[in-house]
Design a protein around this ligand. Structure first.
Ligand code: ATP
Length: 268
């Protein structure tokens, strides 16, 4: 269990997170949603100890992350940032580095097997020896996601891991994140902006608004009202055959725009 109690984050006298309380379980895919600037990335960074917390506690099992050193918690956490800096590494380098926290500089057969499987699962065969700085945003995202999962963390933190991917790749990556979370007992926390994917793939949804948690709910219990309140907009939500369909900010009571998809007759 990852337990966050009364967490506050403050940078340069500005409060970025206020009174965050969460209890997150292994095998759960937790998705954070919320408006721009709500504090979603800040929450991941606070858990990863990339930024200091001002007040409160984060603990995993018996370990108090608040007082533990970054080194001692790094073996539990893999963190994929929203923006990756240029690194001048190849794809293979990035994947191998992610196994070094277990095996040091000489990787074992087990590590090489894991890397091989990951290359297949994430479809990375075509750019193994390419410098990652020369790859497309989507290709790079898949590599960093693969590298985070290869670390076999207890806590997997992903900041908008699919934002550069096309729809098919988005779904493939979310399927993989979900599968790996279940198989490896990860506590996964990911930020997503795509609400339909969030509701479909998440076990739990964390709704963050204006530095605070508005709701923390099973994805199946999310209502139109909650989403309206989160984004200050109207919301329609339907479930069909286990798939959520979500429409935000649509009003069909006026003639400002007409979404009729009837074929117009242009014959003269
Ligand atoms: N180092 C910092 N110094 C000052 N303000 C910061 C810092 N980091 C983040 N903030 C501010 O904290 C707020 C929350 O930022 P954060 O990146 O967590 O938002 P977010 O919910 O992830 O947003 P987005 O959806 O736009 O990525 C924003 O107003 C941001 O400008």
């Amino acid at each position: 269990m990852l337990k966050i109690t009364n967490l506050h984050v403050k940078i340069n006298k500005k409060i970025l997170l206020e009174n965050i309380n969460l209890e997150l379980k292994p095998k759960d895919l937790n998705v954070i949603i919320g408006p721009n600037g709500a504090g979603k990335s800040t929450l991941l960074k606070a858990i990863a100890k990339i930024i200091q917390i001002y007040k409160g506690e984060i603990s995993f099992k018996e370990i108090d992350f608040t007082t533990a050193s970054i080194n001692s918690i790094s073996k539990y956490i893999a963190y994929m940032a929203q923006f990756n800096q240029n690194s001048n590494l190849t794809t293979v380098d990035v994947l191998q580095i992610s196994r070094r926290k277990y095996s040091g500089f000489s990787l074992k057969e087990y590590d090489h097997d894991m890397i091989k499987n990951t290359i297949k699962e994430f479809n990375l065969q075509n750019f193994l020896n390419r410098n990652i700085d020369t790859l497309s945003g989507g290709e790079r995202q898949k590599i960093f996601l693969a590298a985070a999962i290869l670390q076999e963390p207890k806590i997997l933190l992903l900041d908008e891991p699919i934002s550069h991917l096309d729809p098919k790749n988005q779904i493939e990556m979310l399927e993989l994140i979900r599968k790996k979370t279940k198989e490896n007992n990860f506590i996964t926390i990911t930020v997503l902006h795509d609400l339909q994917n969030a509701l479909h793939y998440a076990d739990k949804i964390v709704m963050l608004k204006n530095k605070e948690i508005l709701y923390f709910e099973n994805s199946l219990n999310i209502t139109e009202k909650m989403i309206s309140k989160l984004f200050d907009t109207t919301c329609k939500l339907f479930w069909q055959e286990g798939h959520p369909f979500l429409f935000l900010g649509h009003s069909h009571n006026n003639n400002i725009h007409n979404h009729s998809h009837k074929k117009e007759n242009h014959d003269t």
